[in-house]
Design a protein. Structure first.
Length: 162
């Protein structure tokens, strides 16, 4: 369902399209801003987080994504987007690709916490599910955790069998 506010209010010269999607979530999109955003995105992909599709954008346009002025990335559960900064100052980081991948994992973990309800539910007991330290721990340690699990799984399959 779409609404065009300019039909009722012709004095508005820059109308915003408002739509209600299948989940009855109201979203507003300014076509000019959306076109600029698409140009500013260097790379994008989609990922399923507990059955919900999220768009992941790599960009460094701080004018269109002002949060990137003070952060290396963010997850917006209201529009199901993850935005991660993909460029840094010269010599700011020895391996910027490792940082970008860590930041992507970090924001994906935020999305998992949100989609599972833990961000809201944990507010009742100290909001542990949204603490940056906890999210960073898993984002940084995930490769080591995955390796350990894969090694033990391979050992189990080869020695015990499935």
């Amino acid at each position: 369902m779409r609404f065009d506010i300019s039909e009722e209010h012709p004095e508005i010269t820059n109308p915003v399209t408002v739509s209600i999607d299948k989940d009855s979530i109201i979203s507003t999109k300014d076509p000019k801003i959306e076109a600029l955003r698409e140009k500013a995105i260097n790379h994008s992909t989609k990922v399923l987080i507990l059955g919900t599709e999220y768009n992941i954008f790599l960009t460094s346009d701080e004018d269109l994504f002002p949060i990137l002025k003070n952060a290396n990335g963010y997850m917006d559960d209201t529009v199901k987007e993850i935005v991660v900064k993909d460029k840094f100052g010269e010599n700011e980081f020895g391996n910027p690709h490792a940082l970008i991948l860590k930041n992507i994992r970090h924001e994906i973990l935020h999305a998992f916490m949100y989609e599972s309800g833990l961000d809201f539910d944990s507010a009742k007991c100290g909001a542990w599910a949204v603490f940056e330290e906890q999210i960073d721990f898993y984002a940084i340690q995930y490769p080591k955790i995955k390796t350990a699990i894969d090694e033990v799984t391979a050992w189990y399959i080869s020695n015990i069998g499935i």
